[in-house]
Design a protein around this ligand. Structure first.
Ligand SMILES: CC(=O)N[C@H]1[C@@H](OP(=O)(O)O)O[C@H](CO)[C@@H](O)[C@@H]1O
Ligand SMILES: [Mg+2]
Length: 539
């Protein structure tokens, strides 16, 4: 009977034949019309994962982030709000690619037996989706899988990706000493608003902030939050633009954090007001980029590297003021794409260690958790700051020896509540930046003068077989194909202060080449030479 129910449900949600699905950096992401069967099967896998983890809730987020409106994606969130454990990515790929309903059932049972999962144990799955119209039917497919396999299922409807991560963690920590917050969207707003006020500690945000919502889910959600942030206490004057979620075709169109970072300019609409502080979220509100248009020098962007060093500098100062520099170890995690000037600033000026990991936030998050305070951001604006339980305990329980120490401890404790501990969260990161600028009394221009970026160039190279390119040393060197790295080294040696590397993209069928050098012209030239080398070895 149970098998019949399974097979009948599966028959309603077939995968598209001839397509090889792979759980990648961003889960399964592609054109939405290929995803119905995928979503059903992800429901099955999430139920298995929940059962494997003693019935803890597993999250599923339906979003294609900064991609165009016709795309969508399905991504699994582990109980503490982290990305799905890597080993399970392969199980997801295996289950999703089962060619028929019967083979799907067989694979499902085989996985359960391999992983010693009792299929009658309780399981819980929660789901959220961004504003894409296709999200609705993908939730139905997921719900059908849960219904067919007796999984408790809750649909939280439209959410930002970080809100879904927040809810997953809240559910799994409820009633424990690590309780993360109230299990509701409103609870998320209350936590952020309250922590924002505490972190400001009487300081006021100066000047208006214009937030580009990419016409995605971040816009209405930020507006909800703004309703409860007390403007008189915080001085926070925030205006959300590009907030039209009723016209899906304009989602991420000439707007959003990815547009700003890759095009290196402000969204054309609404026309930027010179001198006014601006920032952009991406389509699911987990990336953040700041910028302003200077009346004299034009557009200036403050990307993830800048947000990272700003956080590290502020938290480093606070930890010293709190007298905790010997107990709380602060570290910064970057990828090879971080501008070399930011790394030098963090290591030499801030005197903090920098660790490098491969691309993809799951790697950065993991490395950041090795510190008491781990700051991690990808250059594209995705990141957060994670605090160890011990650091949080010290902030709350250390007996202050002076009013200055008391203030530092209170601000640190508030920051740990303000910054989303589960995943990069554009809205929470934005409030953190606003707090830091208010404390330092800085404009974006002050922030921008902390260091000067090295000129750099990122090039996408289409090759016959990107899998030929294998890397080592946190993706900074090629181990394969043989000879390629030597040629890259020879190119780099011809320039002063230069750096370049090539790797296969994890999200696109292409290689990426990054180059940095002392001048714009040299960075471009070096990137082109290395790209030609990659082309040669990849064909
Ligand atoms: C250079 C670059 O921006 N790479 C991006 C991109 O990864 P690739 O593996 O380079 O395609 O997408 C990832 C997922 O969104 C993001 O984590 C990463 O930073
Ligand atoms: Mg995103």
């Amino acid at each position: 009977m149970a098998d019949e129910k399974f097979l009948a449900a599966s028959a309603k949600h077939p995968i598209v034949a001839g397509h090889a699905y792979k759980y990648g950096t961003a889960g399964f992401r592609m054109k939405a019309d290929l995803l119905d069967g995928v979503s059903f099967r992800v429901g099955l896998l999430s139920g298995l994962r929940s059962r494997r983890l003693n019935g803890q809730a597993i999250g599923v987020m339906i979003t294609a982030s900064h991609n165009p409106a016709p795309d969508n994606g399905v991504k699994i969130v582990d109980p503490m709000g982290e990305m799905l454990e890597q080993e399970w990515e392969a199980y997801a790929t295996r289950l999703v690619n089962a060619p028929s309903d019967q083979e799907l059932l067989d694979t499902y049972k085989a996985l359960a037996s391999q992983l010693k999962i009792n299929l009658s144990d309780p399981a819980k799955v929660i789901v959220g989706r961004d504003t894409r119209p296709s999200g609705h039917s993908l939730v139905t497919a997921l719900a059908d899988a849960c219904e067919a396999t007796n999984i408790q299922f809750t649909d939280y409807k439209i959410l930002t990706t970080p809100q879904l991560h927040y809810l997953t963690r809240c559910i799994n920590t409820e009633g424990t000493p690590k309780a993360y917050g109230k299990i509701s969207e409103q609870g998320y707003y209350e936590k952020l608003s309250e922590a924002f006020v505490r972190a400001l500690r009487g300081k006021k945000v100066q000047g208006q902030l214009i937030v580009d919502g990419a016409n995605g889910v971040g816009a209405p959600k930020l507006n909800e939050l703004l309703k409860i942030i007390p403007k008189d206490v915080t001085g926070f004057d925030c205006k959300v633009v590009n907030d039209d979620v009723l016209r899906p075709e304009i989602l991420n169109l000439d707007a959003g954090a990815d547009f700003v970072k890759t095009k290196q300019r402000a969204p054309p609409k609404p026309q930027p007001i010179p001198g006014v502080r601006g920032c952009s979220l991406d389509g699911d509100a987990d990336r953040l980029i700041y910028y302003w248009v200077d009346p004299e020098s034009g557009f200036f962007m403050l990307d993830g590297d800048r947000i990272s060093s700003l956080n590290a500098s502020f938290i480093g100062d606070l930890v010293r003021s709190a007298g905790l520099e010997d107990e709380v170890r602060i570290g910064v995690v970057q990828t090879a794409y971080a501008n070399g000037a930011s790394t030098a600033y963090i290591e030499k000026h801030l005197q903090l260690p920098v660790v490098f990991t491969p691309t993809g936030v799951k790697h950065l998050h993991h490395a950041a958790c090795q510190f008491d305070v781990g700051v991690y951001f990808e250059a594209n604006g995705h990141g957060t700051v994670v605090f160890s339980q011990e650091a949080i305990r010290l902030f709350r329980e250390k007996e202050p020896q002076s009013p200055a120490q008391k203030e530092a401890l209170e601000v640190l404790a508030a920051c740990a509540d303000l910054i989303n501990q589960t995943v990069g969260d554009a809205i929470s990161d934005m409030l953190m930046v606003e707090v830091i600028l208010a404390h330092k009394g800085w404009t974006l221009k002050n922030w921008a003068t902390t260091y000067t970026d090295l000129p750099n160039r990122l090039v996408r190279v289409e090759v016959g077989n990107k899998d030929l390119f294998q890397t080592t040393d946190a993706e900074r060197r090629l181990s394969h194909p043989p000879g390629a790295q030597d040629e890259i080294d020879q190119c780099v040696r011809k320039y002063t202060n230069a750096r370049s590397f090539a790797r296969a993209s994890g999200t696109e069928n292409a290689c990426r080449v990054y180059a940095e050098a002392a001048t714009r012209g040299e960075a471009d030239e070096l990137a082109n030479k290395v790209a030609a080398c990659v082309q040669k070895y990849g064909s």
